[in-house]
Design a protein around this ligand. Structure first.
Ligand code: ADP
Ligand code: MG
Length: 269
């Protein structure tokens, strides 16, 4: 089996939470092939602000929230994601005895994306408006042979969600969506770890969502989770057998999600 695990920014920031997640990840690596994908948007925002580059967030009419990425922001994004955050994860894994190799979507053309020409947003007055797409990308291909090569040689890839555009520009891609495309390409089970126990509806964690139920579900979710559920559906459509959205803050977060004890599982039917 191959497993793709995505960790969110909050987990990267908290040393103890990270130790818990990566300790469990080490167990997965010892049995299965595994890829770690990370986010870290909050850290990008923090560092951009320190550099004097105020970050702007936009919301689509469907409720997806994202960073408005101009050229300077794309550079800061790539620097923080594939530098700071990726290397923290790699060093932490090495300390645990995992042969981790950090790689961004730019390296070897691992993640290729198409630049979004226009974005439709809801402005401050609640009106729909089209703006220039900036440097955000829609993933079009995954060079999964790079990941296969690393894993087959005993290395564990740690992927930063940055993609290579048509004109070789650096593009910001969402971490959940990057993980979904990678899981699809590898036909791997995807575990999206976050700071809540799964998809919560009317105060309860959903245990199982079938793919045909996703469209109706998306309308009921808030920012953050809507992206994850969209990504879960995308991963299934691309060939992942199963996706679990679960908490990274519990004991054995990955193995308990894989065994189905916790989290919200997504299956094709
Ligand atoms: P990550 O850093 O892991 O990507 P996000 O903050 O982007 O985390 O997404 C997780 C967040 O989604 C939760 O902390 C929660 O606030 C929010 N959310 C919105 N709607 C829901 C929902 N229906 N169920 C669970 N979480 C939800
Ligand atoms: Mg998120």
């Amino acid at each position: 089996m191959t497993v793709v695990v995505k960790v969110g920014g909050d987990l990267v920031k908290d040393e103890r939470a990270l130790d818990n997640v990566l300790g469990d990840f080490k167990g997965v690596v010892s049995k299965d092939r595994a890829v770690l994908v990370h986010g870290g948007g909050d850290i990008v925002t923090e560092i951009a602000t320190k550099l004097g580059k105020e970050q702007v967030f936009i919301t689509s009419p469907e409720g997806f929230r994202s960073r408005y990425t101009d050229r300077e922001t794309a550079e800061i994004y790539s620097m923080v994601m594939s530098g700071d955050i990726n290397k923290k994860l790699v060093t932490h894994l090495q300390r645990l005895g995992v042969k981790a190799i950090g790689i961004s979507g730019l390296d070897g053309g691992l993640l290729r994306a198409e630049r979004k020409k226009r974005l439709v947003i809801i402005d401050e007055r609640g009106r729909k408006r089209a703006i220039d797409g900036g440097y955000t990308g829609r993933i079009v291909s995954v060079e999964s042979s790079i990941l296969d090569m690393l894993m087959n040689s005993g290395y564990t890839p740690v992927v930063a969600p940055v993609a290579l555009g048509d004109e070789y520009e650096i593009l910001n891609v969402d971490g959940d969506r990057a993980a979904a495309h990678i899981a699809g390409a590898l036909k791997a089970t995807l575990v999206l770890l976050t700071d809540v126990e799964g998809v919560i509806l009317d105060g309860r964690v959903l245990r199982l969502v079938k793919q045909h139920e996703v469209e109706g579900l998306l309308k009921k979710l808030g920012p953050g989770m809507i992206t994850k559920v969209y990504a879960a559906n995308e991963a299934l459509s691309l060939g992942a057998p199963r996706v679990v959205i679960s908490s990274g803050l519990k004991d054995h977060p990955i193995t308990s999600a894989l065994s189905g004890e916790v989290g919200t599982s997504f299956m094709a039917s």
